[in-house]
Ligand binder design. Structure first.
Ligand SMILES: C[S@@+](CC[C@H](N)C(=O)[O-])C[C@H]1O[C@@H](n2cnc3c(N)ncnc32)[C@H](O)[C@@H]1O
Length: 245
């Protein structure tokens, strides 16, 4: 994919500086950001985050419990992805649902290594995105760091796994992508979960919980009155395509 090719270090730094500055402007002072990256850009992202004044909180290692085999037999099998968690500011405290993370981890403090399976076939019911993430990973990071009704932005939304996880967890979502075909998948995924039965089934299927009912039960008990303010969206000529889920 064109967006995945390496263009050299300075180009990557400049790209990361630009989008991270734009996103930072839109973040609330106590908001946090999660960024997953490949070995080609994750080091640059870490450096630019610090340069822009973010504070890195954790680097999560997602260990895939069922990674694809390495056919070349010249490297170790790739079985992990790194996800940086950072807050907007050094000084303003962030939100962390420590208790829930402990609960879903069998009542033990959750570590920064998450053992979760790679994406399952049922998550691809609306079409294929080449690097679609599993709902289990996105649901966990959303529940750890946001309150009900929060606005969540994914500027590289792809098939909008972030948005589907956000909506299934009663959070609002705005996604941006340069490829229209991925936004079509996103919209179809959104239409799918507008059916309450499908949404309930998906909540039961999402991995990373102690049992099938845990997510639903947690959501029923969450307070409903957080973040009442509405997002003021304007679309200027030439703006990128957006999906509001
Ligand atoms: C790694 S994928 C995201 C996958 C997503 N998490 C999912 O589960 O489907 C990155 C996405 O960023 C998009 N993208 C890359 N460069 C972009 C840019 N400059 N502006 C907007 N979207 C971009 C690509 O089209 C791609 O869909």
């Amino acid at each position: 994919m064109g967006w995945d090719k390496s263009h050299g270090f300075e180009y990557i730094n400049e790209f990361n500086r630009k989008w991270l500055s734009l996103v930072r402007d839109k973040m609330k002072d106590d908001a946090t950001i999660w960024i997953s990256g490949t070995m080609h850009n994750i080091f640059s992202v870490g450096q630019i985050l610090t340069e822009l004044g973010f504070k890195i909180l954790n680097i999560i290692t997602w260990e895939k419990t069922n990674p694809p085999p390495n056919f070349s037999c010249r490297y170790f099998t790739y079985s992990t992805e790194q996800i940086i968690w950072a807050r907007k500011s050094e000084k303003v405290p962030h939100y962390f649902n420590y208790e829930l993370m402990k609960q879903v981890n069998g009542d033990k403090q959750m570590k920064d290594v998450w053992k979760l399976p790679a994406i399952a076939p049922w998550e691809k019911s609306c079409g294929k995105h080449p690097t679609q993430k599993p709902l289990s990973v996105l649901t966990r990071l959303i529940l750890a760091s946001t309150k009900p009704n929060a606005w969540i932005l994914d500027p590289f939304t792809g098939s909008s796994t972030t948005g589907i996880a956000a909506n299934l967890a009663n959070r609002r979502f705005l996604g941006i992508d340069q490829e229209e075909e991925f936004l079509t998948i996103s919209k179809n995924r959104k239409f799918e979960i507008e059916n309450p039965k499908t949404a309930a089934t998906y909540r039961q299927k999402i991995g990373g919980f102690n049992d099938k009912k845990e997510l639903e039960l947690f959501l029923v008990e969450e307070p409903k009155e957080e973040y009442k303010t509405e997002l003021n969206l304007t679309k200027k000529k030439g703006d990128r395509l957006t999906a509001v889920l």
